[in-house]
Design a protein around this ligand. Structure first.
Ligand code: 5GP
Ligand code: MG
Ligand code: MG
Length: 182
């Protein structure tokens, strides 16, 4: 698989984002809310680059493809959230593609009346946005390619790769076989 962003490039950029967030939220009560599962590696690295006190919480977003339609139904679960009133919330996801996931979770978190709400993603596929929302902070703008690694999966696999790779079906024959049998 072709490496799009190396481990060193990602580490450097996450360090910069950590410094930027630490500066922006200095003196404020910050809660980082990460969207499972793709953001786990990013949030673990990002929080260790923050030099300010902060809490971390997780929400879940899953999209399901219907049996007879290609439309995705987005299912969210915000049960894991603490009280966010008087907290500044930074919503973290792995990638902004159409933006529907972040837009939906943003609206739901907004209903919990945080002091402020901003969004951060590692990757932004700028070609595909179909919502008004844009990420407030992002690591890299990338082309419209399906990527895996650093938390991002294909069929549940590849999240552990330390770099971001452009997914190549030919390099993954066993996984393709398992998708075909679903
Ligand atoms: P959106 O709602 O912005 O269209 O999609 C966001 C979600 O779709 C991400 O959190 C991620 O789970 C998934 N996604 C979008 N693009 C990619 C990609 O290139 N690779 C992987 N592995 N997941 C993606
Ligand atoms: Mg996701
Ligand atoms: Mg996924």
């Amino acid at each position: 698989m072709q490496v799009l962003l190396s481990k060193a490039e990602i580490q450097q950029r996450v360090r910069e984002l950590g410094a930027e967030i630490s500066h922006r939220y200095a003196g404020e009560p910050l809660t980082v809310v990460a969207i499972l599962t793709g953001s786990v590696i990013l949030v673990a690295d990002l929080m260790r680059e923050l030099s300010i006190p902060h809490e971390v919480a997780f929400v879940r977003a899953s999209s399901y493809r219907g049996a007879t339609t290609s439309a995705h139904a987005l299912v969210t679960d915000l049960m894991g959230l603490p009280d966010l009133s008087h907290r500044h919330v930074l919503l973290v996801d792995d990638i902004f593609d159409t933006g529907r996931t972040l837009e939906r979770i943003s609206k739901e978190v907004q209903l919990l009346s945080p002091a402020s709400l901003r969004t951060l993603v590692l990757l932004w596929k700028t070609a595909r946005r179909d919502v008004d929302l844009k990420p407030d902070f992002f690591g890299f703008q990338i082309p419209d390619e399906f990527v895996v690694g650093y938390g991002l999966d294909f069929n549940g696999q590849y999240r552990h790769l330390p770099e971001i790779c452009i997914f190549d079906e030919k390099s993954a024959p066993t996984l393709i076989a398992s998708v075909g049998s679903e």
